[in-house]
Design a protein around this ligand. Structure first.
Ligand SMILES: [Zn+2]
Length: 271
């Protein structure tokens, strides 16, 4: 897909069952999910949240950017995986060699966003890449230094990380920016090229139901109030505007648009 002269591709990695909806959103009554079961059937498996974990590859001006690196090699995360470990194959299908990645932007350092930073031995998967992360995310993650994914995907790559804050141009037309709340130093990405726009919202609204219900608390938002205010700040520029909105936890690769249908704010995959 193109956003002006910027290429934007979904890069799948994994799908699995995590918590039940009741566990993930304890303050939301089960019946409140009914309309979203109909809108987003791929995200439901009985009472469980069926969670895709995808990433994005962007190319602009000769620079190749990977935004997040997925769950990683199979079998490491304590969830019910339906498929795992697909990112290397997905990059192969796009014809992108690992040494072509110039920049890896880590929107945050949860386990499902850092898994292919390194292989099973802790060797960086992208040998030439700059790995960019917000210092607040880095400090928070590395304080949990006994967690296996922190050791393999973050601590072993310590000398590769560059700390970035504020607005950061990753490539022409591609800018990372702070979208705080879900995780300390959480970042999202704007794309603007030749009048076309896209936003990679990372985990600002980790389920598309939250686009209609931005005040629903999600248990893994580390700062819930800040997450909600970030959602409220970003939604007006996304709903019913000609802007692609991408989230790796949404269905079908997660690239789509946010529109109001019969008074309900919904995310629809772009064709
Ligand atoms: Zn996530």
């Amino acid at each position: 897909m193109n956003v002006g002269s910027v290429e934007l591709h979904a890069v799948r990695d994994a799908v699995g069952l995590i918590a039940t909806y009741g566990e993930a959103y304890p303050e939301v009554p089960a019946e409140a999910w009914a309309p979203y079961r109909e809108l987003y059937p791929d995200l439901f498996d009985g009472e469980h949240w069926r969670l895709p974990c995808g990433n994005y590859l962007l190319r602009s001006g000769g620079t190749t950017v990977l935004v997040d690196t997925g769950v990683g090699p199979p079998g490491l995360w304590d969830w019910t995986a339906l498929s795992e470990g697909e990112l290397p194959e997905a990059l192969d299908e796009l014809g992108v060699a690992r040494d072509e990645i110039d920049v890896v932007l880590l929107t945050h350092l949860h386990i499902d966003h850092v898994g292919w930073n390194a292989d099973l031995d802790g060797v960086p998967l992208f040998p030439r890449a700059r790995y960019l992360v917000h210092p607040d995310a880095y400090t928070y993650a590395t304080a949990q230094d006994t967690r296996p994914h922190v050791r393999r995907c973050i601590l072993t790559l310590d000398d590769r990380f560059e700390r970035v804050t504020g607005d950061v141009e990753l490539a022409p037309g591609i800018t990372a920016f702070e979208a705080p709340g879900h995780y300390p130093g959480h970042m999202a990405v704007r794309v603007e090229s030749e009048g076309a726009r896209a936003m990679l919202i990372a985990d600002v609204a980790v389920h598309p139901a939250l686009l209609q219900e931005p005040d629903w608390p999600y248990i893994s938002d580390i700062d819930g109030a800040q997450t909600r205010s970030t959602r409220h700040a970003l939604l007006p520029e996304l709903v019913d505007h000609d802007v692609l909105v991408a989230c790796g936890h949404y269905p079908d690769g997660g690239i789509g648009r946010i529109v109001r249908r019969n008074g309900v704010v919904v995310w629809e995959a772009a064709s």
